[in-house]
Design a protein around this ligand. Structure first.
Ligand SMILES: [Zn+2]
Length: 229
């Protein structure tokens, strides 16, 4: 079995999502974790809050994580992590969908990730399909079509054409316009064959490691989109 045939793409964290909720002091709605957690003890009862800062006015606000919980019901290691503003715990709380739902705010994942692609060397006329494993370092919801555009450095139209021509095989549960937020695999069938554009793009991704920021538009992609608009 030739494991070199598999391409590895990783959605890497480049920031924490913004907490979107109205600020009482300004017209802003976006908040960032301050990196701090507040723990308040009242007798045997504990309150724990994640502290946020408003991007507009810097006002600090609190998100309840635990309210009036008995000290014995909280894992001591967890409590110590709260008291020490453990960065991993802050990160987990800041990305928590259940905490967001419980406190009725939305998470904005814009600018929180970038795609790293590692594509093996292979011959362009090799008819063997190329497997691509996509892994997520953070649960950012990413549209599959956008991942493919970034990873293959193709325009939206080119990705759609490859999919409709049967050269991209996605898992049954994932449509092009679906949002993925966890690991999946797909297959590029005869990736070098469909047309010359794809030849060129896959050649370019041969470099050992390339970083593509989620909010960047590759120059070529822009030209293609303009030319075909
Ligand atoms: Zn504000």
């Amino acid at each position: 079995m030739n494991t070199d045939r598999k391409a590895l793409w990783a959605v890497r964290q480049s920031g924490l999502p913004a907490v979107v909720r109205p600020c009482p002091d300004c017209s802003g709605t976006r908040h960032r974790p301050t990196g701090r957690i507040r723990v308040n003890a009242n007798g045997k009862l504990l309150d724990v809050w994640l502290l946020l800062g408003c991007e507009g006015c810097d006002r600090t606000s609190k998100v309840p994580v635990h309210e009036r919980v008995h000290v014995s019901s909280l894992d001591p290691v967890r409590r110590e992590a709260y008291e020490n503003d453990d960065p991993a715990v802050v990160r987990g709380l800041a990305m928590s969908a259940s905490l967001a739902a419980r406190n009725r705010y939305r998470l904005d994942w814009t600018g929180t990730w970038q795609l790293e692609t590692r594509t093996p060397l292979y011959s362009l006329d090799d008819p063997t399909p190329l497997g691509v494993r996509v892994s997520f370092e953070l649960p950012a919801p990413v549209r599959v079509e956008r991942l493919l555009m970034l990873g293959l450095r193709l325009s939206r139209a080119e990705v759609r054409r490859m999919a409709s021509d049967g050269h991209i095989h996605l898992p049954v549960a994932l449509a092009l316009d679906a949002k993925a937020h966890q690991d999946f695999e797909f297959t590029l069938d005869r990736p070098g064959v469909p047309d010359t554009t794809v030849h060129l793009q896959l050649t370019n991704t041969r470099s050992d490691l390339s970083h593509i920021r989620s909010h960047d538009t590759p120059p070529r992609l822009h030209r293609t989109a303009t030319a075909r608009a």
